[in-house]
Design a binder for this molecule. Structure first.
Ligand SMILES: C[S@@+](CC[C@H](N)C(=O)[O-])C[C@H]1O[C@@H](n2cnc3c(N)ncnc32)[C@H](O)[C@@H]1O
Length: 260
């Protein structure tokens, strides 16, 4: 299935929303260490791959793999000045790497878009060497938890959730990462849960612009599904985010395990 958030500026959006400090902490929690050979599967324009390359250092190496040719081009342009970081185009369910190629394989914020993620995880395990780590990082409760919600705002949240689910997006993938790794045969599985998408008080301009982008990208299919009512829901969602009383959040699961 096509990537739900596809648009010409998706690489730029993802780069802008990547919080380097948080990513560094996530990578450490997931077990990335100096000198490792690491894979960033579904790397978009490479912001996380760059953080990985800095963490493994020049004694390690990082490969970023991405489905979109355009985002691979952007990643190469911005990241390949580091000689131990390379990018390639491909799909996670058919990784172009031999068995046991990596010490550490990461898939971050991708599985939420994948209808049947187990074969993707199995493929990450295949390319990880025995004793290496497979790490999955993803959201739980995407767009689901807000306060205060009344009238049109509650309706807007419900509609957005329904449209995402209808488009094959799993807003609750975070809680499923543990069993995905267990069923792939990994041991010593570590689970960390961190706050994500946390907005307390009126959203900043950057947060609003990220939300506007997401609502605009959903717009054409949403209008097809529910007609012009979509525009009222999208406006109510933005009103909610501008409200100084707003509290909204989701959780980010950082789960990693060891290949036997
Ligand atoms: C939300 S972005 C996450 C990017 C990055 N991992 C991060 O943490 O910021 C999801 C990316 O996964 C890519 N993607 C989706 N399906 C894929 C697949 N089957 N193989 C490789 N990449 C895929 C999309 O093109 C998109 O660039």
């Amino acid at each position: 299935m096509a990537y739900l958030m596809e648009s010409a500026s998706e690489g730029t959006r993802l780069k802008a929303k990547t919080d380097r400090q948080s990513v560094d902490e996530e990578l450490s929690l997931a077990g990335l260490r100096t000198g490792m050979r690491a894979l960033d599967a579904g790397c978009a324009s490479g912001a996380v791959s760059v953080a990985m390359a800095d963490q493994v250092g020049p004694s390690g190496r990082v490969v970023g793999l991405e489905l979109s040719r355009e985002r691979v081009r952007e990643a190469k342009r911005d990241g390949e000045s580091r000689s131990h970081l390379k990018f390639t185009q491909g799909s996670i369910d058919r990784l172009p790497f031999a068995n046991g190629s990596f010490d550490f394989s990461l898939c971050r914020l991708v599985l939420e878009y994948i209808k049947n993620p187990q074969p993707f995880v199995d493929e990450l395990v295949r390319v990880t060497k025995p004793g290496g780590r497979v790490a999955l990082i993803d959201v739980d409760g995407y767009g689901a938890f807000h306060h205060p919600l009344e009238g049109p705002r509650k309706a807007a949240i419900d509609v957005v959730q329904k449209l995402l689910a209808g488009a094959g997006f799993d807003a609750y993938i975070g809680r499923k990462l543990f069993s995905l790794l267990r069923r792939a045969g990994l041991s010593d599985i570590d689970v960390h849960v961190r706050p994500y998408h946390l907005i307390a008080g009126a959203a900043t301009e950057a947060q609003l612009s990220n939300w506007r982008y997401k609502l605009d990208t959903l717009g054409p299919s949403a209008r097809k599904a529910i007609g012009p009512a979509w525009d009222e829901h999208a406006a109510a969602m933005i009103d909610h985010l501008k409200d100084p009383d707003t509290l909204t959040y989701s959780s980010l699961f950082v789960v990693s395990g060891v290949r036997a």
